[in-house]
Design a protein around this ligand. Structure first.
Ligand code: NDP
Length: 403
């Protein structure tokens, strides 16, 4: 039993708050704060309608550390769940330290004026959280999040180590729109236009964005083209599993998505450098976010499934030589919408955020310090995935990934 403050009132937050309300024996009180209070009120009204649980709401600028710390003290929560944007991570970690509570997020810190994905800023908080006796959990979404827990579970139960790891993220959903991102468009486009990078033999290998395309037959979805990308968990997984020889991240995109992003990039609309427009300074990518569909509104329109998982190769625990396992979840957009009013991309992030928060409140993940998901015991988290809407399967493959 514990009290939680969720910050941010977008697509992911809506799912996480619904799922927290469905588990009142773990989340005894839920407080929801975001920049625009009316968005918190909308979520609270939906949650009340579906579950009968009342949620307290607040307007808050999470960049204001003193205001956040005051709200934490006023509400008496023991955990802050950061479902705002990656730009707010450090301010929210500071507020948690100031008010003496635990912290959890789903995406690593990014400076707003630089699309730079690395954990250095948040890892620098290790000593402060340790000294304060507080726990900070980084990246409890699906990827990062569940994909790292999958890798740790395989290492705990099936493999003595991981030699090769491929993370495969497929969204086989269709929302009928010519172009829409399935989570925050600004964060999504920053990610997909960054150069691809993977870990190989102790170093990073860089290639141009979207230059490596491979078809893959995804369980529950069928064949889709997936593209090699950089994704933040590659850094933490290769750091915390030094035996990994090669770690790669792949995401599927349709041809229409690639064409739109290419055109938008060519005309300068994905830039994060400020430009003057009619005497007002604007950032093209932020303006683009304003005109694109809100991912939180796509739920009712989206059909199809997601399939996200890991293919890992390494020495088998039973001494039978090298083995390869594929561990994945399949999630249906329409089923998510029926349950919590959101599409599967928000669902597959919001449910793991709730489960990570539950691990802290239940006392399973309480070591003081700053932790990535692969550093924590996976068993209860994996069991909760099965019970709370994201069941997983593990199959043995005949051979290591051949792509
Ligand atoms: P949204 O843009 O839908 O929601 C973000 C929310 O944060 C909005 O309600 C926004 O308020 C609020 N916010 C922004 N700035 C501030 C601020 N200064 N103070 C208070 N609130 C603020 O994003 P998503 O729900 O799609 O994504 C949420 C997070 O989840 C992101 O960090 C994203 O990167 C991460 N994510 C992680 C995934 C994973 O698998 N690990 C997958 C998908 C997303 P307002 O409405 O007023 O703008």
């Amino acid at each position: 039993m514990g009290k939680v403050l969720v910050v941010g009132a977008g697509g992911v937050s809506s799912v996480a708050v619904h799922k927290m309300a469905m588990n009142p024996e773990i989340f005894s009180e839920i407080h929801l704060a975001s920049r625009t209070k009316s968005k918190c009120d909308d979520i609270a009204a939906e949650v009340k309608k579906r579950t009968g649980v009342a949620i307290a709401t607040y307007g808050l600028d999470a960049m204001d550390v003193a205001a956040t710390a005051a709200l934490i003290r006023e509400t008496g929560v023991s955990l802050v769940v950061n479902l705002a944007l990656p730009y707010q991570d450090l301010a929210l970690m500071d507020a948690c330290l100031e008010a003496g509570v635990n912290y959890l997020d789903t995406a690593n810190y990014e400076p707003e004026d630089e699309a730079k994905f690395e954990y250095s800023w948040q890892w620098a908080y290790q000593d402060k959280f340790k000294a304060a006796g507080l726990t900070a959990i980084l990246g409890s979404g699906f990827d990062p999040g569940v994909t790292s827990v999958f890798a740790t579970w395989l290492k705990k139960h099936k493999l003595d180590g991981i030699r090769q790891l491929d993370i495969l993220d497929c969204n086989g959903g269709d929302n009928g729109l010519p172009f829409a991102t399935n989570f925050n468009p600004e964060i999504n486009i920053r990610e997909v236009t960054a150069p691809a990078r993977h870990w190989e033999n102790g170093q990073w290998v860089e290639s141009p964005a979207m230059s490596t395309k491979v078809p893959f037959d995804f369980p529950g979805v069928g064949e889709k083209n997936m593209y090699l990308m950089y994704h933040e968990e590659l850094e933490s997984l290769s750091t915390h599993n030094p035996e990994i020889e090669r770690a790669r991240f792949w995401m599927t995109f349709g041809d229409a998505y690639i064409n739109h992003v290419t055109v938008l990039e060519n005309v300068g609309m994905t830039s994060i450098q400020p430009v003057m427009h009619n005497g007002v300074e604007i950032i093209p990518l932020q303006f683009l976010k304003t005109v694109l569909p809100n991912p939180g509104d796509l739920g009712a329109k989206t059909v199809g499934k997601t399939c996200i998982g890991d293919i890992a190769t390494g020495p088998a625990k039973d001494g039978s030589g090298e083995k390869t396992f594929y561990i994945y979840n399949i999630c249906d957009h329409e089923e998510c919408y029926a349950e919590v009013g959101s599409q599967a991309v928000a669902y597959t992030t919001g449910v793991p955020a709730m489960i990570g928060a539950a691990q802290v409140l239940l006392g399973n993940w309480t070591a003081p310090g700053v932790w990535n998901m692969e550093q924590l015991d996976p068993d209860h988290y994996m069991e909760m995935l099965n019970r709370h809407g994201l069941p997983w399967q593990v199959v043995e493959l005949d051979a290591p990934a051949a792509f």
